[in-house]
Design a protein around this ligand. Structure first.
Ligand SMILES: NC(=O)c1ccc[n+]([C@@H]2O[C@H](COP(=O)([O-])OP(=O)(O)OC[C@H]3O[C@@H](n4cnc5c(N)ncnc54)[C@H](OP(=O)(O)O)[C@@H]3O)[C@@H](O)[C@H]2O)c1
Length: 270
């Protein structure tokens, strides 16, 4: 596999770092990056071939990873369209639909669409992936290998499901950061020093997530196990229920998913 990245920012750097750490050959990686600072950073960190515009190395790649911001994608692809014939194209750009990308790439069909999330930057991401029927098993495996360099992945059966994926795991890190903030603030309100409250909040979220990930019990059973009748946890969970926090979270995800669909519409008209 010879991979060319379009855009060498945060996400591409994380993917390149993950691939190199897993033993992927650096000479088989290249990057097209318009920003001189980003080019310097990547060359210094990994010594990959890097160019300001698509060159013969980009054209020799069999896999192209689209990693520029959604609003930069149309113009970035304009210069690339003649070089994509026969290549597997993997887009990690939020919101841009396959039909839109295909149109911007002169009708190219072999495109996989992915929705990673921010923990990918430390190799702990989760990515939702969709591939249309024209993408072969070998090409799907290529996408898994690349995204697998920064964490786990799940396949979705329809492209439309990438909007709920975006609402859940794409935006999800912000919900978790918000939850940590609220836990810490509430602890402070009960008299804990700020640093103590933040450490308790952060380590509780990290530890509970690790326990849930490792346990054979589903989260609901783990919750029941720590909720003794008449105890402190039950007192708190009763307030969650009476304040309908679960329903509120459901409405929040609906809003995020709807916004994803709207952004896809807007990008399609760009
Ligand atoms: N970061 C995340 O957690 C995350 C999560 C899910 C999805 N994504 C997706 O991943 C993609 C990349 O995000 P990112 O955070 O890595 O963005 P980023 O750090 O801004 O990286 C994009 C890079 O591409 C460069 N660029 C812009 N136009 C270009 C062109 N025509 N040719 C070559 N390079 C060009 C940019 O240069 P300038 O800075 O000079 O513009 C920048 O260095 C986005 O589409 C985003 O939706 C990111």
């Amino acid at each position: 596999m010879r991979i060319a990245f379009l855009g060498g920012g945060n996400m591409a750097t994380a993917l390149i770092g993950g691939l190199v750490a897993r033993g992927f050959a650096v000479p088989n990686l290249s990057v097209v990056e318009s920003n001189a600072l980003a080019r310097d950073r990547l060359v210094t960190a990994y010594g990959v071939h890097i160019s300001e515009a698509a060159d013969e190395v980009t054209r020799a790649a069999d896999t192209l990873v689209l990693a520029v911001k959604p609003q930069d994608m149309k113009s970035a692809l304009a210069t690339l369209a003649p070089a994509v014939a026969g290549k597997l194209v993997i887009s990690i750009a939020a919101g841009i639909r396959l039909a839109t990308l295909s149109r911007w790439l002169g009708g190219h069909q072999k495109i996989v669409r992915c929705m990673p999330n921010t923990p990918a930057l430390i190799g702990e991401g989760i990515t939702g992936i969709f591939a249309p029927p024209g993408v072969s098993d070998e090409e799907r495996a290529r996408a898994e290998k690349i995204l697998g360099a920064v964490g786990a992945h799940v396949w979705v059966a329809q492209e439309e499901l990438l909007d709920p994926v975006t609402a859940l795991s794409g935006s999800g890190p912000a919900y978790v950061f918000w939850f940590i903030e609220q836990l810490a603030r509430s602890g402070e309100a009960l008299g804990l020093p700020p640093e103590t409250a933040l450490k308790l909040a952060l380590d509780t979220v990290v530890g509970s997530a690790k326990l849930a990930a490792r346990s054979e019990d589903p989260p609901a059973v783990l919750r029941e196990k720590v909720t003794s009748k008449g105890g402190t946890t039950e007192a708190a969970l009763k307030v969650f229920a009476s304040e309908k926090l679960g329903e509120g979270l459901g409405r929040a995800l609906e809003a995020a998913s709807r916004r994803g669909t709207e952004l896809g519409d807007t990008l399609d008209k760009a």
